[in-house]
Design a protein around this ligand. Structure first.
Ligand SMILES: [Fe+2]
Length: 150
């Protein structure tokens, strides 16, 4: 398979989304461990499910980059340099604080993916567009879960 200019734009789009998805997966685990409050158990469990779902998306995004001839990068240095997400505070997180942080992170992922889908070069690559649309679809459901628990 030869790599074209359109493939390069698609891999740039996938890489941008991968960074925020991988960062939020890490933050969801961090919140899973540090959340406290009256609804601890349900929020603790949901945060684990969210981390797992985001890891699945990260894997799909990374493997599509590789299939297009690119080099997926979700190493910690890249995440800390390039994520558009706010970092989580150290230590105890109240349930509302953890849920609001996840809601904001999910919002960012949807915004980054949607802005790339608006780029005709990415929107017209049906497989990449389908993948990014799938990420948006799941992220918006997870946002509903985050908001419904507050
Ligand atoms: Fe756990």
């Amino acid at each position: 398979m030869t790599t074209t200019h359109l493939d390069n734009l698609a891999t740039a789009a996938l890489q941008d989304v991968l960074i925020d998805v991988a960062e939020l997966a890490s933050q969801a685990k961090q919140a899973h461990w540090n959340v406290r409050g009256a609804t601890f158990l349900s929020v603790h469990r949901w945060l684990d499910e969210l981390a797992e779902a985001l890891r699945g998306h990260a894997d799909s995004l990374a493997e599509r980059i590789a299939a297009l001839g690119g080099w997926p990068d979700a190493c910690s240095e890249t995440l800390s340099e390039r994520t558009t997400l706010e970092s989580l505070p150290f230590g105890r997180l109240a349930t509302g604080q953890a849920l609001a942080a996840m809601d904001a992170g999910l919002e960012r992922i949807a915004a980054v993916a949607t802005s790339w889908l608006d780029n005709p070069a990415v929107g017209h690559d049906p497989v990449t567009a389908d993948l990014l649309t799938g990420v948006c679809r799941d992220v918006q459901i997870q946002q509903w879960f985050a908001r419904a628990q507050q």
